[in-house]
Ligand binder design. Structure first.
Ligand code: ZN
Length: 213
């Protein structure tokens, strides 16, 4: 805890006074344009990765960046999605998976998490990704499978996202785009799903072309 308390002290003594005006403005409300759904993994730092300021990203995190389909599980994720789309009117939702994800490893080795009832149950939402990888990626080694699972899981969760009425309505009205990204932790490199080429490609490359939504 010492580390956190020292950090808090630095924030209060140095960071807040330096950025007083910015934080005073934030007190009056938020208008983030992006809902960023990612894994709870401590190595993912969305604001640092995308050089975003406080107030810019509405973030939803859970183990495995899972979005249960509408009706499957009304909880924190569905409420966050609905609030982001209906109240905040975000223009984009990003589902961001990552390399070396413990949840993806759990999908590959369910016996290792069998004693953790909540985790084992939550992993059920990754079953589609696991089935795809098992069917078409049997030649891959463990690390390649974990990475491919992260990609397939992002695609599955994007599809789940589309089942939410708020998302479906906003997409139909062309006021919302959804995006699938996968982060490589050790390089900070992000690959994005390209609907045009139906594959993941470097983020800069995918967003060079107009209409990448
Ligand atoms: Zn993870």
């Amino acid at each position: 805890m010492e580390r956190l308390i020292a950090g808090y002290r630095k924030l209060r003594e140095e960071v807040y006074p330096e950025r007083a005006e910015q934080f005073a403005k934030l007190e009056r409300g938020q208008a983030p344009r992006v809902l960023f759904i990612t894994c709870a993994d401590s190595r993912i730092t969305p604001e640092l990765l995308f050089q975003a300021e406080p107030g810019e990203l509405f973030i939803c995190r859970n183990a495995g960046n899972i979005v249960p389909a509408h009706g499957d599980h009304t909880g924190g994720v569905s409420a966050t999605v609905e609030y982001a789309v209906r109240a905040l009117k975000v223009t984009d939702i990003v589902v961001c998976g990552h390399s070396d994800c413990g949840v993806m490893r759990g999908l590959l080795h369910p016996e290792k998490v069998a004693s953790m009832k909540s985790v084992a149950s939550w992993l059920g939402y990754g079953e589609r990704a696991r089935a795809v990888v098992e069917h078409v990626c049997s030649h891959m080694d463990e690390e390649e499978k974990v990475m491919e699972l992260a990609r397939q899981n992002v695609l599955a969760q994007m599809d789940n996202l589309r089942t939410h009425p708020s998302v479906a309505a906003a997409m139909a009205g062309k006021t919302l785009g959804i995006h699938g990204w996968v982060l490589q932790l050790h390089t900070g490199k992000v690959d994005a799903w390209s609907a045009d080429s139906e594959q993941f490609a470097p983020l800069e490359q995918v967003y060079e072309t107009v209409g990448s939504r």
